[in-house]
Write a protein that binds this ligand. Structure first.
Ligand SMILES: *Cc1c(COP(=O)(O)O)cnc(C)c1O
Length: 378
């Protein structure tokens, strides 16, 4: 081991982030305990306005999770039984499940090699008279090919719903921010995301005021005025305590994203000529990749053996995701077998997410790079 290298590197370090913010977080949480408005308290409105401002939209609506944010967008748009929504095979299963919850059919398509983002040509080929929406995923913190998808959505009169659960603060090359690029966008504040709460949470951003009103109904049993239920809705609000935490953390998000980008640069330099791996590609339409994850591809060796060798050397890694959605038992009903989406299946076999968190030091990155080289050499 090189002098100065940490003995182990965690995949991320949420307790460290909390320790660093304790003096800001404690009074924010204490204020919620003091006023006692635990549901839809003032912190929720403050956060919604701040989050809309951060994303460059007029509206943000806090909900219980990113999954509900996706589902509620579909329901608010009236998308359900008999409708098809096109999304990508290599995402977290929540993307497809939100479509199923709404009663619509997820139509999966393949990604493109290199950056593993949804392939617009595959989307175009999957459009039918039943298609109502396209749901791209800004995977790993990088915007999907929105320029191409926007023109497709426009041409066919489809809603464009961003799954921005991994892309807080990511931008297109033209400077526009993820969350403001389509009809509406879903964010997750699951603790491990670039902006994470102390539990589950989510939000929808949109410029459509009528849609935002519908989302406010859906999250609160169909009522904006208590006990006046305009539609049948759900119980899925962003908790006041979570909003208080997010208000504190949002002040740091831009800095944290910048640190992630710096760590990604250290990885690229340390692994530039490393045989046996492919570094993550930045797409030409990407302005700011926010590196929710730093995902390399193991090209010549068995990925799981490399992951195990790294674990033995004290480096924690994760696979996002080991089984594409079309090969999950839960979606056997789609009747899509092995070979349906070669790029998504290649990703599932070979991708490996290296440690990535804003508090990472250059020594952390150097330790991971050294141990990855050693693992690849055995
Ligand atoms: C985390 C995530 C979700 C789900 O968000 P939850 O808040 O956990 O419900 C959806 N899509 C993607 C791509 C995600 O990474």
């Amino acid at each position: 081991m090189t002098a100065g290298h940490p003995s182990s590197v965690p995949f991320q370090d949420l307790p460290l982030q909390v320790r660093n913010l304790r003096t800001e977080l404690d009074p924010a949480i204490a204020e919620v305990l003091r006023h006692g408005q635990f549901i839809l308290g003032p912190e929720v409105t403050v956060f919604e306005q701040a989050w809309a401002g951060f994303c460059g939209t007029s509206q943000a609506v806090g909900v219980g999770s990113g999954t509900d944010a996706l589902q509620f967008i579909l329901r608010a748009l009236g998308i359900g039984a008999g409708d098809e929504v096109i999304t990508v095979a290599n995402s977290f299963i929540a993307t497809a499940e939100a479509i199923s919850y709404a009663g619509a059919k997820p139509v999966l398509v393949d990604c493109e090699p290199g950056h593993y983002l949804i392939d617009p040509a595959a989307v175009a080929a999957a459009i039918t008279p039943r298609t109502r929406a396209i749901m791209p995923v800004h995977l790993y913190g990088q915007p999907a090919n929105l320029p191409a998808l926007q023109s497709l959505a426009q041409k066919h009169g489809l809603a464009l719903i961003e799954d921005a659960a991994q892309a807080h603060g990511a931008t297109l090359a033209d400077g526009r921010t993820c969350g403001s690029l389509g009809t509406a966008a879903a964010f997750s504040f699951y603790p491990g995301k670039n902006l994470g709460a102390f539990g589950d949470g989510g939000a929808v951003t949109t410029n459509d005021e009528a849609l935002a009103r519908q989302l406010r109904l859906l999250r609160n049993w169909g009522a904006i005025v208590k006990y006046h239920h305009e539609i049948q809705g759900y119980n899925s609000r962003l908790d006041t305590i979570q909003a208080a935490v997010l208000n504190v953390k949002l002040r740091h998000l831009a800095t944290w994203n910048e640190r992630r980008r710096i760590a990604a640069g250290w990885y690229r330099a340390a692994l530039r000529d490393c045989p046996g791996i492919a570094l993550p590609a930045e797409a030409p339409w990407c302005g700011r990749h926010v590196y929710h994850l730093f995902v390399v591809r193991i090209v010549e060796r068995e990925r799981d053996l490399i992951a195990r060798a790294l674990a033995e050397r004290g480096v924690q890694t994760v696979v996002h995701y080991p089984i594409p959605i079309h090969l999950q038992k839960a979606y056997a009903g789609l009747r899509l077998g092995v070979g349906a989406f070669p790029c998504a299946e290649q990703a599932a076999r070979s991708v490996l997410s290296l440690p990535m968190f804003p508090e990472m030091t250059q020594d952390h990155v150097a330790a991971v790079a050294d141990r990855l080289r050693a693992a690849l050499a055995t």
